[in-house]
Design a protein around this ligand. Structure first.
Ligand code: TNX
Length: 535
């Protein structure tokens, strides 16, 4: 740690001065010490670049790149389809930092970013990128558009961090990066309180900055059905009317849903839809009488209880309903996954539950999708490709991992975004404990009991919205914890380090949405204290 601060201070002084003799001295020092300084910077250099999630490999190099108000972008790409899809990415991601982004026909001799389609050494990961920051240029290489997107997000954070301390220099170096896990998600419950497409777009923009790549939407629950199903119009005509506390609800038309999927996709985020069943279905039971065993429509529900509702799992017509719902959803959702919930079905007899999950799994597969379910589904006999989302039941999760299922880590005591930060948090629940930023950062992906962490395809942080009423609440509970989860999902364990994470977070705090929670463990005034006087 000490080295890190000293090195950081050194760079600040180094960057502040334009005296070339100091620079000469620095280069001399480098030469004398061989790789000494560079290596130390690498070992202790987690704040060398202010990036969240922390990149896998960072190698400092001598010198620095001077950020001016204008930048030249020079794509070095022959593949015209590739070129078309990345041409406007730099402006889209870097426009906050440059008054003027130019695309000159011939590249100038300094102050430019070259973007190149090229493999990244030592990996064939489809999200990989390599950034080389040198005195006169920055080179960004990736084998595909997604890698370029991630590289530009990284570059944006680096610049934001330098700006935060008033520096217009980026220390030179190499960043070679790709994610540890393919699945890095957040879940939003739009059933208890509805969030519309514009609100979700706003959220997506911030999630993309931290390389989150899945957004799971919990579309149905006791309090509301939020997705148009053309075969069953009552589901939204009646089932979407209200939310918790009887405030007006809402839903997505299929068109709105598809537009949202496309918006997310442009930011390399996949939307995964969930229709929760056989429990958590009061909104459906209140819309169609035939879904109930007694053929009586239920009243709409605006409370926050769980475990009281169930589809009538013994009726053939109910399976016909599920088939048409999943069919319509599969048709508008490009994600390979459909989430069927399966949690807290306390009102479904055990044997019926097993039969139901096994049947629904076949239905999902018949529509060409892979099923995801909450960990209770491991009590049934789903296909080994079915994904089990571990939220609380350790035995079920262990059973799932032993029978070869891929798992998603969402363990409630470490990862639930609806858990309060501490006793004084005005909103949220605390049934799984309090989750401050440090716990979110250090505990996520810790083995629980005998669970084999190698079976996990990634992580997902769920935000249940019983007490989350609006965007302000959503931002307050999600940020900055989602940054900790993003890092758990992307950065290899040995590169994850709580103390420098706090400083990186502080340096890029401007990239968080206004209204985020200022967790006491973060030195939020770090940039002010380290602000350079000149530059
Ligand atoms: C448990 S997590 C639930 C949700 C609640 C949440 C509140 C899960 C699969 N089920 O229905 O909203 O707790 O934290």
């Amino acid at each position: 740690m000490r080295h890190e601060y000293i090195l950081h201070k050194f760079f600040i002084i180094f960057n502040r001065t334009n005296l070339s003799c100091y620079r000469l001295l620095f280069i001399l020092l480098l030469l004398i010490s061989g790789n000494g300084i560079a290596l130390r910077a690498q070992q202790n250099g987690r704040v060398y670049y202010s990036v969240i999630p922390q990149p896998r490999i960072v190698k400092p190099a001598p010198g620095d790149f001077n950020i001016k108000t204008q930048i030249n972008i020079c794509p070095d790409i022959r593949d015209s389809i590739f070129l078309d899809s990345i041409r406007y990415m730099p402006a889209f991601i870097l426009s906050d930092y440059f008054e003027n982004i130019r695309y000159p026909d011939t590249c100038p001799s300094d102050n430019y970013i070259v973007i190149r389609k090229a493999p990244v050494e030592d990996t064939d990961n489809s999200s990989a990128y390599h950034i080389k920051i040198r005195r006169k240029k920055i080179l960004l290489e990736a084998p595909n558009e997604k890698g370029i997107f991630y590289g530009l997000q990284t570059l944006g954070q680096i610049i934001a961090g330098r700006r935060a301390i008033n520096s217009y220099y980026i220390p030179a170096g190499d960043i070679i990066d790709w994610p540890e896990y393919e699945y890095r998600g957040m879940m939003l419950d739009v059933a208890r309180h509805f969030f519309d497409e514009n609100q979700i777009r706003y959220l997506i923009d911030y999630l993309a900055r931290f390389k989150i790549n899945k957004l799971h939407l919990h579309l149905t629950d006791d309090q509301g059905w939020r997705i148009e199903i053309k075969s069953y119009p009552e589901l939204t005509r009646r089932g979407a009317l209200i939310e918790v506390d009887s405030t007006p609800g809402g839903y997505f038309t299929q068109k709105q849903y598809s537009d949202l999927v496309a918006y997310a996709r442009n930011r390399y985020i996949e939307i995964i839809p969930e229709i929760d069943m056989p429990g958590h279905t009061n909104a459906a039971l209140a819309s169609y009488a035939f879904l109930n065993c007694d053929n009586k429509r239920r009243e709409l529900y605006s409370g926050t209880g769980v475990g009281f509702s169930s589809l009538c799992t013994s009726k053939d017509t109910v399976y016909g309903f599920v088939n048409r719902v999943i069919g319509e959803l599969a048709a508008i959702s490009p994600s390979p996954y459909i989430h069927i919930g399966g949690d807290e079905s306390n009102a479904t007899p055990h044997n019926e539950y097993i039969r139901f999950i096994d049947s629904v799994e076949k239905i999902v597969r018949s529509h060409g999708k892979t099923m995801i379910g909450w960990d209770e589904i491991a009590r049934a006999h789903p296909d080994s490709g079915t994904v089990v989302q571990f939220w609380i039941h350790k035995n079920e999760a262990v059973k799932a991992s032993q029978s070869g299922h891929p798992l998603i880590y969402s363990y409630a005591p470490y990862m639930y975004l609806d858990m309060k930060y501490n006793k004084r948090t005005p909103i949220g629940l605390h049934w799984a404990g309090y989750i401050n930023l440090k716990k979110a950062y250090t505990k996520t992906l810790e083995p629980v009991d005998s669970l084999d962490i190698n079976k996990f395809i990634g992580i997902e942080a769920p935000l249940w919205t019983e007490t989350i009423r609006n965007m302000r609440d959503l931002i307050y509970m999600t940020f900055p914890r989602i940054c900790a989860y993003a890092e758990a999902g992307w950065t290899p364990r040995k590169e994850r380090n709580w103390r420098p994470f706090r400083i990186r977070l502080s340096l890029i705090q401007k990239l968080l949405p206004p209204g985020f929670y200022k967790d006491k463990s973060v030195p939020w005034r770090y940039p002010e204290k380290h602000k350079l006087l000149s530059d």
